[in-house]
Design a protein. Sequence first.
Length: 214
Amino acid sequence: MYAARRSCACVLFVYSIRTGKMDDIALRVSDHVLEVIFSYLDLHTLRNCSLVCKRWNRFLNDENNEAWRMHCIRKLAQEALSSDLLSSVPTYKSKLRAFYHAWNPNDCSRNIYIRPNGFTMHRNPVAQSTDACRGKIGFRHGRHAWEVIWEGPLGTVAVIGIATKEAPLLCHGYVALVGSDEHSWGWNLVDNHLLHNGNVQGNYPLLNNAPKYQ
């Protein structure tokens, strides 16, 4: 009986989205049924659902509801969810967002691999090699912030920053890949230099007695 009701609700839900018609039945679907339905939809469809009506928008704005929890459990490794890595990330939706903006295991140097938690990048100690990794999602405009935790020694060159998808991910020798052309900016943690177009643009951050990585 429950499965049949859920199937009917899904049919009604899809019909409402595709036709743009919101009848009384669709509007009166209980929160529990909405949680079940939303948990089976992809993220792009969920965004569209949030634009359908105020009630659905309000429901999806609850970033800790069961729908977001199910999406989070399906995508994120249990190792990441149970570790301190995401302890400061307050909601299931924000944890999911963090995962989609983490390192891309399919867009990195051959000397780099992403650990099973989905967030930690590890470089194999290959001599005379500089290696890089990109995030999963790029941007064309706006202001964006990431928190990067660097564990262990920096090595000869240690740069984090922004670049295009054309930026090289592997180079012989020790060079700053990020900040090497006109389309990228890099922060060299070794000496706190800001890099752009292959040149040092000054110190970063612009602070008196700026702290250095220890």
